[in-house]
Design a protein around this ligand. Sequence first.
Ligand code: BDR
Ligand code: CA
Length: 313
Amino acid sequence: ARSVILDADPGVDDMGAILLALASPELDVEAVCAVAGNVPVEATVRNALKTVALAGQPGIPVLRGSARPLVAEQVLGKHAAVGVFPDDIVPPTEIDPQSGSAALFIAERAIVAARDGRRLSICASGPLTDIALALTMDARVARGIERIAIMGGAFTALGNRRPFAEFNMLADPHAAASVFASGVAVTLFPLDVTQQALLQDHHLATLRASCGAAGKALAAMFEFSDRGNLARYGRPGGPIHDIMPVAFLIAPDLFTLRPAVLGIETGGSTAGHTFADFDAPAGDVPVAEIAVAVDEERLFALLLGRLSAYGER
Ligand code: BDR
Ligand code: CA
């Protein structure tokens, strides 16, 4: 199985991403790191703990991530008022986060992986603060990371938090710039691709009917997320953004990827705006792979099939 650290800001779709990863034998989840993003870090840590408990895997370490972006003013998610997942939907848990910071944990695990001749994958579904910090700590960190699969950015799609910026990129543009420049392989899942697969009411019905307590909780939480915006998505349903990079680490052939030179604006009114040159001459850096298309039907079949493993719990 592929060793992976999830760095997330749960977050409803982050919760789905964590549940999918923990139900998938292709992935060996070393830890869940909870960074400030959709909600403040105290709440993302609580939500991550509740999610691993809901998954029946309370032994998965949960690390406290960064409380603030590197340089920018903090921007929280639009649904920040939800805060900690309501106890009647996602039951409370007594488990505590593991001591130590997420950034240090990621750095140490990457160094150990490199020393052992292994490599670690990272799935980032929130602002990139922890990952940027980890990469700055020691040059060996980058060598221990095989790939970072990131939900973030918008190219031809409009932004979802500013006209030109997607939330995760806006929330810490300096961290994103630093990760893109680190030389570590990046696969990016921007709004352009995450808006191609929409969770419909019939998917929610399947989650409730055949995926046990985890599926019921996730379906109920999705009611709080960005759904039914026909003007934006052109058809019913809502995106499941963060689930995509996890699905990619499980089944890369669900996606069409294109190499591009990747950049991000860090200041002014366009902070968080990502740009990609798909026609850059060979040798230009930094090169990332950008997901441009997804097999929607197979993606939902994977998600619902895997989550049905929680049926017995
Ligand atoms: C991203 O922002 C968050 O609200 C979601 O969890 C996702 O990671 C989408 O722009
Ligand atoms: Ca997220």
